[in-house]
Design a protein around this ligand. Sequence first.
Ligand code: NAI
Length: 491
Amino acid sequence: MSFDHKIADISLHEAGRHQIRLAEHEMPGLMALREEYGESQPLAGARIAGSLHMTVQTAVLIETLTALGAEVRWASCNIFSTQDEAAAAVVVGTGTPEDPQGVPVFAWKNETLEEYWWTASQIFAWPGVDEDPTKGANIILDDGGDATMLVHKGVEFEAAGAVPSAGEEDPEEYRIVLETLRKSLGENPQRWTGVAQNLLGVTEETTTGVNRLYQLAREDSLLFPAINVNDSVTKSKFDNKYGIRHSLPDGIMRATDVLIGGKVAVVCGYGDVGKGAAEALRGQGARVIITEIDPIIALQAAMDGYQVATLDEVIDQGDIFITTTGGKDIISAADMQKMKNKAIVGNVGHFDNEIDIAGLAAIPGVEKIEIKPQVHEWVFPDSKGKSIIVLSEGRLLNLGNATGHPSFVMSASFANQVIAQIEIFAKSHKTHAGEDVYQNAVYTLPKVLDEKVARLHLPALGVKLTELSKDQADYLGLDVAGPYKPEHYRY
Ligand code: NAI
């Protein structure tokens, strides 16, 4: 079997396979789903266009999807996050480097933005799709919403008959998206319309992508059903929090080797990711200061024992600054000039617009020195050599400077993804009629499935769950088998 793919180095496949094998042991949720659904093949006929960090853990996800019958094409959702050995192992599959039998992957560490958007379009370039759109992807598995955005923009511009020019204010990356689509419309003026018609839905991994989906739904322009995987409790309350608690200090340490203990760390945003970040930094002995815009969350941070301040107040005190907001323009170029010498600046929110790297680069006379890939010292002019250290150019540092969240927590996230893919494939309104089907709206998974994902992870940790008696269940108004909490419960 030969198939198109583009990765850094296929000879890394053995190293990748060893890591995947160990990751499988740490991903009991995904392995249990393989066991449960391997025979019934609920994803037979599914053609999944995946856009999610091409790591070792994602390799286990991809191979779970194929074990359940799906065909898959994959790209990473970040230019720095691919683990090249994992990509190689997924391409080779059960074959050899000369005769790969795995999955077409289009991802490598250190893509340019042009390359990134090319890889994003490749996950929709299924053989024969231009002649017959029904040969294309029928589900998206997205992280951050770039793949979903590409389809929506493509359809919008095809309907208008042209791709607009970028405005003065538009970021450089948007120009590249427009360029990618202009080229695509030149090749086939109805490509994205065909792609969208064939899509049964999308399952979205992260807060930022989910926000984008709700915006599309509010504008009534969502082109297919969507499942919000992020807001499964077993996703956002675990991956966002405990995942970052592991991978944030991992990234800072691999990048800088700076002792975190005793330092002042400023964490912007105290949502799920911010909570994990703050706990990790405090655990290492840092004095952590939080910035927040939400009074409830600011109060929460204060009750958890953190100082809550504005960035302005503490800009010259912090040794480490981490953004976790999912918002934009959190740390400006002027802020960075006010920081202490050798302050470390990094972001773990989904996009790189939390820290104004373009503004930093535009300071006249500023010098950028590469310490090593994804670690840059920026030396300010006329400042007696004062500099700051920026990690991963303002992109997700836990994936750029380290290898992202560990397997166990990703097993919970990805078990939700697999269940959501099965749901969409089985019950999209595009192929099924009836009450119990997904419309062009955003859904979360039913709580009973969320509880199932948690259950799948308990034995590996030696957790012994107490069982409700029938009598106790009746008293609480519950079913013995769950769900145990109402929808509005906040955990
Ligand atoms: P969240 O909504 O729970 O938390 C974000 C917090 O930032 C909110 O409490 C909000 O009030 C606060 N905030 C917004 N603007 C602010 C500002 N200007 N200053 C201070 N605080 C501000 O979202 P969550 O789940 O914590 O995700 C945050 C970001 O991290 C998202 O972009 C998400 O996609 C991303 N993410 C990254 C992961 C990683 O591996 N690096 C893993 C999971 C999520």
